[in-house]
Design a protein around this ligand. Structure first.
Ligand code: ACO
Length: 434
């Protein structure tokens, strides 16, 4: 917990004339907050902030972001530098442990991840139990919950968290690839210990037993960068869910499974799939996106320009900037000409000049271009949100660990303002009217 500025308080005057002094908290990047922890006890009032537009649910030392300036840093390191110089395994270590690993630490972390990549053979049967039409997010969340059944030591809060962290980081990758193989009716490909984290994932996704498969270094690098860009984003819907569920004392696997489910929605991690579906609709209608954008502006059928807008970024999303460049590079390297990319660029150009989007501060977010890159890498649309989950996993783990290690952490339990009926008398069924 960051200490309050010595002696600094904010004064709140309530309608009944009661006054109270609230401590002011300052973060390491000079972010200011009014600490209302004792407000209800002192005054009887609570605060109301639907959608948490303005409420800090915790202090955290993991990720700093400034939506106005378009800044995103993991443990102090700019996202641009990490995307350029690091890889996903190193960034995962950084987020979870708070520092970049030494050579030895890095080697041990990689070896541990490699050793834990298999899932229990009995879990393979689960995959055959799901219908072939299952969305891979449904399969992924169910399988991650099931991990707690296979590792019952996770239910003991005193069992070593590091072991569960390594297990889940490694096994989610295997489960994600298996859920894809199952959905297309191909044999499950076991992980290969000689391959690095991302290359191993690509092997499990795209290799078949009957042929040799070589991982393209360009695809491996692009995947590393995509996962790094998604690895954490402080208190978003899914991460707050992980913390909320974990705050009850639920084990790591259960808490992460809850995060996966929160990510699924189209306003959050499901947006990358929704972007591609939107671009395909525009393509099918033979348009350039102008009609779609007009419909969005007129709020026809509550349409939104998917991949645009962000609760926090009101200037630009630094991840979208990196992805736009990456998109061009990857498609060029792979010799792919994707008409959806042309439509996306045309729609972006129209939107960025249009007063509707300018006045509402709506800019492309991380999902506007990520789907096009995933398509180029051969990843099917219904796996996009699974890819997001794979990327966000170290962030969720880091937040769960930070909360788990905080001796002052409390169970998450918001309050509400009740707006229903006041006390009334029970009515026997034969006296009720419609
Ligand atoms: N297209 C059109 N209009 C939009 C969009 C959009 N993508 N996003 C917001 N608006 C409009 C809303 O209609 C609203 O207009 P109004 O004031 O006339 O009612 C105004 O902008 C504010 O929108 P809110 O939904 O209140 O903003 P909020 O901060 O709650 O929403 C969100 C952020 C959910 C990301 C929103 O911008 C959105 O729905 N975007 C599309 C989905 C998307 O791309 N999600 C991915 C987010 S990034 C991530 O999760 C990794």
């Amino acid at each position: 917990m960051v200490p309050a500025m010595a002696g600094t308080t904010a004064k709140l005057v309530l309608p009944d004339g009661k006054e109270t002094q609230l401590p002011v908290i300052v973060g390491s990047e000079d972010e200011h907050a009014v600490d209302i922890t004792k407000l209800r006890a002192d005054t009887g009032y609570i605060t109301l902030d639907s959608g948490f537009m303005n409420t800090g649910s915790t202090t955290s030392a993991i990720t700093y972001l400034d939506g106005e300036q378009g800044i995103l840093r993991y443990r102090g390191y700019p996202i641009e530098e990490l995307a350029e110089h690091s890889d996903f395994v190193e960034v995962s270590y950084l987020l979870i442990n708070g520092k970049l690993p030494t050579k030895e630490e890095r080697q041990k972390f990689s070896t541990d991840l490699t050793r834990h990549s298999l899932i229990h053979e009995d879990m393979h049967n689960f995959f055959t139990g799901f219908p072939p039409t299952s969305h891979p997010m449904a399969v992924l969340s169910a399988m991650v919950t099931s991990l707690s059944a296979y590792y019952p030591d996770s239910l003991d809060r005193n069992s070593p968290a590091d072991l569960h962290i390594t297990r889940i980081l490694s096994k989610v990758r295997t489960i994600a690839a298996f859920s894809y193989k199952k959905s297309i009716g191909q044999p499950l490909m076991y992980p290969k210990n000689s391959l690095r984290y991302c290359a191993n994932f690509l092997h499990m996704m795209f290799a078949v037993p009957s042929e040799d498969y070589e991982v393209s270094p360009i695809i491996e690098k692009a995947l590393n960068q995509l996962l790094i860009l998604h690895a954490d984003h402080e208190q978003n819907c899914s991460t707050s869910t992980v913390r909320m569920v974990g705050s009850s004392g639920a084990n790591l696997y259960a808490s992460i499974a809850a995060g996966i489910l929160a990510l699924w929605g189209p306003l959050h991690g499901g947006a990358n799939q929704a972007v591609i579906e939107m671009l395909e609709d525009v393509q099918r209608e033979g348009g350039d996106g102008k009609k779609f954008i007009n419909d969005v502006k007129n709020k026809k059928d509550n349409k939104r320009l998917m991949g645009f807008g962000h609760r926090v970024y009101k200037n630009f999303d630094p991840r979208a900037k990196i992805l736009k460049n990456m998109c061009d590079e990857v498609l060029q390297h792979l010799g792919i000409n994707d008409p959806l990319l042309d439509i996306a660029k045309a729609m972006e150009e129209i939107a960025l000049k249009d007063d509707y989007f300018i006045s509402k501060k709506l800019y492309p977010n991380v999902d506007f271009y990520s789907g096009i890159i995933y398509r180029a890498l051969g990843i099917p649309t219904n796996m996009f949100t699974v890819m997001f989950a794979l990327g966000r996993l170290p962030g969720w783990i880091a937040h769960w660990k930070e909360m788990d290690e905080d001796p002052g952490a409390k169970i998450g339990r918001p309050r509400q303002i009740y707006t229903g009926e006041q006390l009334r008398k029970y009515v026997p069924i034969d006296q009720r009217t419609k």
